[in-house]
Design a protein around this ligand. Structure first.
Ligand SMILES: [Zn+2]
Length: 484
């Protein structure tokens, strides 16, 4: 039985009142779609409500079919603003959720710019899907009309539900159910958390970051708990030290500029982009890279950067040094932020080396696709990959060095140099995850590994068992466990 080390789902649903149970509905055996249902103290609380991302046909139905009735959810606790953690909030609202959403003020402010953007992408996706449907109909095949998962109005209706909770403040989410957050060091406003109810202490890591990342403060481990839900994105990897970032970035910029090429940098608009900007700012100030134009080509990144400027209380000491010197960490003379789509297109006719940062980070949508189409067949150019690339994404194909990659449905020859800069990863590696969990492991009964592909989770599970001699589970979707 669950609770004694077996991983079978628990269907003992008769004892509703005092039942403390966790059910994994997303980021279970995969990286995206983070959503866990905690039933405790008589309340039903969702930890995260993230969007599944990846191959269109599969993710469409995964996202559309909510595993819970939103009208029966009492509250949502959001670990951070990334879309794979927050992107189904508007869908919950669309289908009747009207409870509070607890998150840090920075997470609330970031979701306020990210969710409308996600809604816009949903609309574009549906349009694209319907154009393909037109084609399929023209050759005698038919299938259902595609609808966006939700609309910008749903995203707007999500914002008033937020109940901002300061980092470290203990908060009662429902009678008898309290939670407290800890700096996760993963993105601005991101938290880990401990939830206490029915005499059980449960920690949810959210996404755990790394020490010394630009802008962010270092992750903080919670105090000991009974159960831990922990991410495992890089459960079998060891990253190189963050201190390599500046040198590696300088090398690739110098090498590409030296051959007259362009640097195309797919990046998450929120977080990674601001970190890259800050490191490039430092490198240019120190004359370690040539004074080439740098573009942040993403309206979302522009909006998100404004949110960053609003929350200096979350910056690390290095970034605060910029501020106290009266300098803007996110602005310098060679840097231009681009909102306008025509300006974005004009980049293609620009001569000489330049660097462009654009979303999406996994090259699945957005302006980065145009930059890739226009540049990857030229061997002078470089594609600089700075973030995690999920299976089946264009970013993963580029990273794998596939000689031919599809862009807008067309096969393109990948001749540009591909450079991977893992050091800026917002996710702890195996050793860092083990160190992060050490302070909370004293009386741990069980660890649930989420947010990782199965091989990553399996590798990490083995190390945890060896190191701490405790039970580790890798739940699959729909899997429930009693907590006692
Ligand atoms: Zn994240």
């Amino acid at each position: 039985m669950p609770g004694t080390g077996c991983s079978e789902p628990d269907n003992n649903g008769g004892m509703e009142e005092r039942l403390t149970r966790i059910t994994f509905y997303g980021a279970a055996g995969q990286v995206t779609g983070s959503m866990h249902l905690l039933e405790a103290a008589g309340a039903r609380i969702l930890l995260d409500a993230g969007l599944f991302q990846g191959r269109r046909s599969e993710t469409r139905s995964l996202n559309a079919n909510l595993p819970v009735d939103p009208r029966r959810i009492d509250a949502v606790i959001l670990s951070h603003a990334h879309i794979d953690h927050s992107g189904r909030l508007p869908l919950l609202v669309n289908r009747g959720f009207h409870g509070p959403i607890f998150a840090t003020p920075a997470t609330r402010d970031l979701t306020a710019v990210m969710l409308p953007d996600a809604a816009h992408i949903q609309q574009k996706d549906a349009e694209f899907c319907n154009r393909r449907r037109e084609y399929r109909r023209s050759i005698g095949r038919d299938d259902l009309e595609c609808e966006p998962l939700y609309l910008p109005e749903d995203a707007e209706r999500t914002y008033p539900l937020f109940r901002p909770v300061e980092l470290g403040e203990a908060k009662e989410v429902a009678p008898g159910l309290r939670y407290k957050t800890y700096e996760a060091g993963h993105m601005l406003g991101a938290t880990s958390m401990v939830i206490e109810a029915d005499g059980v202490r449960l920690a949810f890591s959210g996404d755990v970051g790394r020490k010394h990342l630009p802008i962010l403060r270092d992750p903080v481990s919670p105090d000991p708990v009974d159960y831990l839900i922990m991410e495992s994105t890089y459960g079998d990897r060891f990253h190189k030290p963050v201190s390599n970032v500046a040198e590696k970035l300088a090398d690739v910029v110098n090498r590409t500029a030296g051959r007259g090429g362009r640097l195309i940098v797919p990046s998450f608009a929120v977080g990674r982009t601001q970190q890259l900007v800050m490191v490039l700012h430092q490198l240019m100030d120190a004359h370690r890279i040539p004074s080439i134009p740098i573009f942040v080509d993403s309206p979302l990144a522009v909006n998100a950067t404004e949110v960053f400027r609003k929350h200096p209380e979350l910056f690390d000491a290095e970034t605060n040094k910029f501020l106290s010197a009266g300098d803007d960490p996110f602005g310098f003379s060679r840097l231009r932020y681009i909102r306008d789509v025509n300006e974005s297109k004009a980049l293609n006719s620009l001569h000489g080396p330049f660097l462009v940062i654009a979303a999406s980070g996994m090259c699945e949508a957005g302006r980065i696709l145009h930059h890739l189409r226009n540049n990857i067949e030229d061997s002078r150019n470089t594609v600089l990959i700075t973030g995690f690339q999920a299976e089946n994404t264009l970013g993963r194909k580029i990273l794998n060095g596939d000689r031919e990659v599809p862009i807008f449905g067309e096969p393109m020859q990948l001749r540009a140099e591909v450079v991977r800069l893992d050091e800026l990863s917002g996710h702890a590696d195996q050793g860092e995850l083990i160190e992060w969990m050490r302070p909370l492991a004293a009386r741990l009964k069980r660890v649930f590994l989420v947010h990782g592909e199965p091989a990553q989770g399996a590798a990490l599970a083995e190390v945890i068992r060896k190191e701490f001699h405790i039970d580790v589970q890798q739940p699959s979707r729909g899997h429930s466990f009693l907590l006692n």
